[in-house]
Design a binder for this molecule. Structure first.
Ligand SMILES: [Zn+2]
Length: 383
């Protein structure tokens, strides 16, 4: 029998701290004595927390169960290690934008159990909401689990996200989505807590896991639109009013192209114009099959690099990240942009450029987006 867990059940700070450490230990497991040493908590407190987490079905002893009683009895043997109980509790991650949705079910160790993809047939908030809800229900049904076993749904949403009202502030790709209470509707329909962040932030948080925690990074995604996120201490920068940054709307002013936000000369509007407003899933997608053709279109390519170099340099001045990741839907396209931008910036070094800056090409991977979104649930449970 499973005990449904909600944030309120593990609100105690120490309990969350211990659970986080067990989660981070992964399949190797961790002993109570290690937690005592690392946290400074008293041994009886850690013992009580372990008992409680075990009673709630969150954790179990790692190793073969039949060997455990013997191990426990004999003095001087290795201490009993505990791990997160696999296949008991799950999280769901969703990543969507104008045309598509990806959704995936993960266990608490981050292993992907199910994944599905859907195309939006109409670009209205009603249809998008309906598709998200149906996808969540399908993942649960296909996995043969109860919805109580899903601790939450993490959503990577396009456009600017307000983390307080848990809604999208501005996204021109889906009619009616601005200020729509997306999370509340999902929670009402699925009876599962929902958490939201910008989908670029979700990708950035996931990317940051590969680098030392002290290394900051800026991730720029060039998809149907453009967005970016600055990650420091593995945490996305948000404005003081809890809204995500809107990198796609920084002013470039290389022309006066009118933007969907009402301003003129925004990065996204300028790049979209260079792409001839082709309406593909990815900006410059027709060139994905023949990257050389883009490079050979000298006028277009030079304009593109001028704009990207300005955007990268603005971010460098504002945030000075250790690493700048440029993400598109095609590795060769990302590499072409990175190399050309790097070359351009090297040709006009400023006294503020200390050389400690790396521009790196990367490619969109839906699995990373989904895992990052699913981790929003863990973050909220343990925060
Ligand atoms: Zn704009």
């Amino acid at each position: 029998m499973y005990t449904p867990i909600r944030s309120s059940d593990i609100r105690e700070h120490n309990e969350k701290l211990v659970l986080r450490m067990i989660l981070m230990a992964g399949a190797e497991g961790i002993a109570q004595s290690d937690i005592v040493t690392k946290t400074g908590l008293k041994a009886p407190t850690v013992f009580r927390i372990f008992n409680n987490l075990e009673r709630l079905n969150y954790i179990e002893m790692s190793g073969k169960p039949e060997e455990l009683p013997e191990t426990v009895k004999k003095k001087g043997r290795k201490p009993v290690l505990y791990q997160i109980r696999p296949n008991t509790f799950f999280t769901i991650g969703v990543d969507f934008w104008e045309n598509h949705l990806y959704a995936g079910l993960f266990d608490l160790t981050g292993e992907q159990k199910q994944v599905l993809t859907q195309n939006f047939t109409t670009h209205t908030v009603e249809h998008v909401l309906e598709t998200i809800i149906a996808s969540i229900k399908k993942l649960i049904a296909d996995a043969g689990i109860a919805s109580e076993q899903v601790l939450g749904v993490g959503i990577g949403a396009p456009g600017q996200v307000d983390l307080e009202s848990r809604s999208i502030m501005h996204y021109p790709g889906i009619t009616g989505i601005n200020n729509f209470p997306l999370c509340e509707h999902i929670e009402a329909a699925c009876s599962i807590p929902a958490f939201i962040h910008n989908n670029c932030a979700v990708l950035g948080m996931q990317a940051a896991e590969q680098y030392p925690i002290q290394e900051s990074l800026f991730l720029m995604i060039v998809r149907r639109g453009i967005n970016g996120v600055f990650i420091q201490n593995r945490t996305p920068f948000v404005f003081k009013n809890n809204k995500t940054i809107e990198f796609g709307h920084i002013p470039i002013f290389s022309n006066t192209e009118r933007c969907s936000c009402g301003a003129q000369g925004c990065l996204e509007a300028v790049i979209s114009k260079l792409d001839n407003h082709s309406g593909n899933d990815w900006l410059f997608e027709p060139y994905y099959a023949d990257i050389t053709a883009l490079k050979e279109n000298t006028k277009l390519f030079n304009e593109l690099i001028d704009v990207f170099a300005s955007a990268v340099q603005s971010i460098r001045r504002l945030f000075d990240p250790h690493l700048f990741l440029l993400m598109t839907g095609n590795k060769e396209f990302s590499e072409l942009l990175c190399n050309a931008v790097q070359k351009k910036l090297e040709g006009c070094t400023s006294i503020f450029d200390d050389g400690d800056f790396a521009l790196q090409a990367t490619v969109y991977n839906p699995e990373h987006a989904l895992l990052g979104a699913a981790k929003l649930v863990i973050e909220h449970l343990l925060s």
